[in-house]
Design a binder for this molecule. Structure first.
Ligand code: C2E
Ligand code: CA
Ligand code: CA
Length: 746
């Protein structure tokens, strides 16, 4: 660092420069000896130093202290231009003056013969970076002719550094070192303003940690802080120099990525973030797991200024969380109404619970060998006065988000116990318990009192729990299981295979039953989704060896029933034995001693539960075929319209709307093919499947710029919306390899 203090060893040299100054300025009658002495004293103090130039800009005087601070000496500097010592074109980033903004640096001011004060410039000499604050005033002789400059300067390196520290404190989050909310919004503001003019895109990701609050509450704030630091490190590893990351507070993070509007890139990035953040963290020997949700908005499509863009990303984040955690979601214009929608549902639900407007319906679980009913699962039903029957998935997720799940869940347990108490002794009741409800301390108390009030035998009550309860606080989870198990009730592991599927907890947690999720049954029979049959066999084998029962969920067709029966599952739940019915019907059944059910359903399963009928594109060798999609699942689809396609052929399925996915043919009969996707689809949160990656498409109503396969294109139609089709594909470059069957009539 440059030394602001002249060392005392240079005193004699100073004498030389003083003489020089006296001889040079001796003609200046305005200076008395007294004044000159004062000037020398001041210079000697090292607080500031002086300089002078002639009319050509060459230095005629410079304080010895200044020369020393530049690792130079006076003799070397005299005669050189001032600009050789300091960079007169320096633009200080903190200089908010209009002069700085218009590029009027010191060089400009000197050329214009202006006075300047306290301009911060970077020194050019010396070994270390140093900054001077420099002032100067033009000098004129009695005839008014310019004769040069006189000025002073001082070293402000330390002050600048301190100022930078303060700036850092006010702009960065002290815990993680990431930018804070203020800095993010300022930086985004500047960026967006510039980008708007240049028509450049910028993406904003809002990120929220799932279950962070829980960890913070149970493991303590120091652990929470350490976790946030690790999250910040992981984020930096992923984002790198692509964008800027900020922590807005709590467990909220924000990332902006300049010049990025490719949804597939952004989707990949978001997925990568979610995956990496969901890996376990080790903090002081404890391992904990959290998840993350990401909402994405892209400027200028989803908002041109900071407020709009942040609002859009926030809505997308909300939708991502509502769609199930650990997901990302792009902003779309209908999200406004969805958020509002959920708020209305919440309001109504808040009233419906105490008013007794909710119902439990019961679906039988039947032994596939004897067709005897073994238990019923209680499923929530709500006949909303205006909306009609509501999907339990939506109701439950609203309830979970708002905390209403606690009273709702308590009501369900009590109601189910009351209802089941009137059924035959050998028929059990299963009640779903949300992970949020499972985490409440009072659950064992609720169960105890429900059993006591209803008189139901504890072994007749089975709680259905999903794998997600094993995320995070493992000690607390084990403790809860124990206290509930001591009551004598049973546990079923619900939706097995859809979640985190770690087998460890199967061994440790006291489950009596594994419920195999419907998504495994789907496609297992006709093998259109490879591996499902093997997975079911493995789950049944595993359960048997652990002494657990198995239920196959979602059985609709006779061939599915035959299949799971042959696999040895102990019970079957599905439309084949009946849908959920009100308790009055259950009571009718048992009063008439009907505890044996006749399976009824189609003889053959459609390979997919979600039957669809829609045209999609199949791209092969740059040729695009139009085919009809008949079934769609997360992992594959059945398509009709191409003949004699060899198994193993790879296509790109184009669902339209910029959604494409790679797929491989697994089965081909006549003009039907069954394909398996290279990447699983994801729920769009609205009950349909969509590709994780999307290219900007015409559905982006506000698109002003668009890009296809990395090529910027400004194909904007009259409405200002982007016209983006996969143009390379619309003009086939090759001949079709496969024969298309004549269009199907439906
Ligand atoms: P779940 O626990 O997996 O419940 C089984 C779901 O599969 C039910 O959907 C049931 O109607 C449906 N299902 C049964 N057999 C078939 C079939 O053969 N084919 C098809 N396509 N579907 C079948 P539902 O009633 O819509 O419930 C959805 C989810 O909502 C439940 O999934 C459960 O996670 C949640 N849920 C329902 N009631 C409650 C409740 O009281 N408390 C909590 N926490 N969650 C509940
Ligand atoms: Ca269930
Ligand atoms: Ca289930």
């Amino acid at each position: 660092m440059a030394n602001a203090q002249a060392s005392s060893g240079k005193q004699t040299a100073r004498g030389g420069s003083t003489l020089g100054a006296l001889s040079r300025w001796k003609n200046d009658r305005s200076l008395s000896r007294e004044q000159i002495a004062l000037f020398l004293d001041y210079e000697d103090s090292g607080l500031a130093w002086f300089w002078a130039t002639d009319s050509d800009g060459a230095l005629t005087y410079v304080s010895q202290q200044a020369a020393a601070s530049l690792d130079s000496n006076v003799e070397e500097l005299i005669g050189r231009p001032l600009n050789a010592l300091v960079d007169l074109r320096t633009v200080s980033e903190n200089d908010m003056s209009s002069e700085a903004a218009t590029g009027r640096n010191v060089e400009f001011l000197i050329r214009a013969k202006n006075t300047f004060t306290h301009k911060e410039v970077r020194t050019r000499l010396g070994t270390e970076e140093a900054w001077w604050s420099i002032s100067g005033r033009p000098q004129f002789d009695s005839a008014g002719t310019f004769i040069g400059y006189r000025g002073n300067a001082s070293d402000v390196t330390i002050q600048r550094r301190e100022r930078a520290d303060t700036t850092r404190l006010s702009q960065f989050d002290s815990l993680t070192g990431l930018a804070n909310r203020l800095r993010m919004s300022t930086r985004l503001q500047i960026l967006l303003t510039g980008y708007k003019v240049a028509q450049r895109p910028c993406s904003l990701l809002m990120l929220d940690l799932d279950r962070f609050k829980h960890i913070n509450d149970t493991l303590g704030h120091p652990t929470g802080d350490a976790l946030l630091q690790q999250v910040a490190q992981r984020l930096q590893r992923i984002v790198g120099s692509k964008g800027e990351i900020g922590r807005l507070g709590g467990d909220e993070f924000q990332i902006f990525i300049p010049d990025e509007d490719d949804r597939s890139e952004l989707g990949n990035l978001a997925n990568h973030i979610i995956q990496l953040l969901s890996q376990p963290y080790v903090i002081e020997g404890n391992s904990c797991v959290i998840g993350a949700s990401v909402g994405i908005a892209i400027a200028p499509f989803d908002g041109e200024d900071v407020d709009d863009l942040v609002r859009s990303a926030d809505l997308a984040l909300y939708a991502a969380k509502a769609g199930g955690r650990g997901q990302f979601r792009f902003y779309s214009s209908d999200l406004h109404s969805r958020a509002e929608e959920r708020r209305l549902i919440e309001e109504d639900l808040r009233r419906a619970i105490p008013e007794g407007a909710l119902e439990l319906h019961y679906q039988p679980l039947t032994c596939p060998q004897t067709n005897q009913v073994k238990s019923f699962e209680a499923l929530l039903r709500w006949n909303h006065p205006e909306r009609g029957w509501m999907s339990p998935d939506i109701v439950i997720s609203v309830a979970e988000e708002t905390g209403l799940i606690v009273p709702l869940g308590e009501w369900a347990i009590r109601q189910a116990c009351d209802d089941a108490a009137l059924w035959p002794e050998d028929i059990r009741v299963a009640v779903n318990v949300s992970p949020v409800q499972f985490m409440t301390e009072n659950l064992a108390g609720v169960v105890t009192s429900a059993l006591a009030n209803s008189g139901l035998q504890p072994h007749r009550l089975e709680l259905e729990i999903t794998e997600s309860v094993f995320l995070g606080d493992t000690d607390g989870t084990t403790r809860r299981f124990q206290s509930l198990k001591e009551l004598g009730i049973r546990f079923a592991l619900d939706d097995f295979g859809t979640g985190y599927s770690s087998l460890g907890y199967l061994r440790d947690a006291p489950f009596d039953k594994i419920k195999i999720d419907q998504s495994f049954i789907r496609g297992a029979v006709d093998n259109s989704v490879r591996g499902n049959a093997a997975i079911i066999a493995a789950i049944v084998g595993l359960a048997n060896s652990l002494g657990m029962e198995t239920t196959a969920e979602g059985i609709e067709a006779i061939d599915e029933l035959d299949f799971v029966r042959s696999q040895g599952v102990t019970s079957v739940q599905g439309y084949i034995y009946g849908k959920a019915t009100p308790n009055t019907q259950v009571l009718e059944m048992v009063e008439n001693d009907v505890i044996e059910l006749v399976p009824k359903g189609p003889s053959r399963a459609r390979s997919n539960r979600r039957t669809v009928l829609r045209k999609v594109g199949l791209i092969h060798d740059d040729y695009r075929y139009e085919v009809t999609m008949r079934d769609l699942s997360q992992t594959g689809a059945r398509l009709q319209g191409l003949c004699d396609v060899p198994v193993g052929t790879r296509f790109i399925v184009d669902f339209g709307d910029g959604q494409t996915v790679g797929a491989e043919v697994r089965r081909a009969v006549d003009d039907w093919i069954g394909v398996e996707f290279e990447e699983h689809l994801t729920s769009d949160g609205g009950g349909d499947w969509c590709t994780k990656q999307r290219a900007p498409s015409r559905s982006d109503g506000h698109s002003k710029i668009a890009r296809v396969a990395g090529q910027p294109s400004a194909l904007v139609n009259d409405q200002g919306t982007a016209e983006v089709e996969l143009q390379e594909i619309e003009e086939p470059k090759t001949q079709p390899r496969f024969r298309q069957s004549s269009p199907q009539e439906d």
